[in-house]
Design a protein around this ligand. Structure first.
Ligand SMILES: [Zn+2]
Length: 80
């Protein structure tokens, strides 16, 4: 298997932990999603590939739905 970015074969697998936060200010009330995953790192260019567990992917989908719901549309509005 070669790196999808630079085609190097100098890749190594690791176990990684990451926190995925919904990035827009209006989403500060959405809890971050914590996950561990097997991570493939290219040791030449730093490109990283990983696959999230299905349960964590579902949490991200639910958060994305909350982002788009009409009730959360003005949650991040800053009033002066
Ligand atoms: Zn690479």
């Amino acid at each position: 298997m070669t790196c999808n970015k630079c085609a190097s074969s100098n890749q190594r697998g690791f176990t990684g932990e990451l926190t995925l936060s919904f990035s827009e200010l209006k989403n500060v009330n959405l809890a971050p999603v914590y996950s561990s995953a097997d991570v493939l790192v290219c040791l030449d260019c730093g490109h990283v590939e990983l696959t999230l567990p299905a349960a964590k992917l579902e949490q991200l989908k639910q958060g994305a739905l909350e982002e788009r719901s009409p009730s959360s549309g003005e949650a991040g509005a800053i009033k002066s």
